[in-house]
Write a protein that binds this ligand. Sequence first.
Ligand SMILES: [Zn+2]
Ligand SMILES: [Zn+2]
Length: 128
Amino acid sequence: MKREASCSCGHLRLLCDGEPELVSMCHCIACQRRTGAPYGIAAFFSKTKVRVEGSYRTFRRSSDTGFDLLFHFCGDCGSTVFWEPLRKPDMFAVGIGSFGDPGFPGPAQEVHTEYRHHWVTPLPYRGS
Ligand SMILES: [Zn+2]
Ligand SMILES: [Zn+2]
């Protein structure tokens, strides 16, 4: 299955082949600031399964794991569509909202739950 993720204006698009290796929900404050939402959800794809179309700009930040993250966003509309966690150098992370698909696979795990907003319901299941 091929899925397309895109920014708000459509200039930055990703074609992702096959199912994500992992879908993970993150409640950390950095994800909250990146998205403007109370959490971020990333779908991890092998870089070999992703084709990037269009140009992007990159914001690099450090993390408490000691590995930096490279966030790639559209220079026209500002949407962060995908990023590279240097802790997983063969993977791209793609924000699942960028697919515009309510049928997209849901998260198998949630992390940094200590920052979960008080009204957000914990996941009913835990993945690996
Ligand atoms: Zn855009
Ligand atoms: Zn996070």
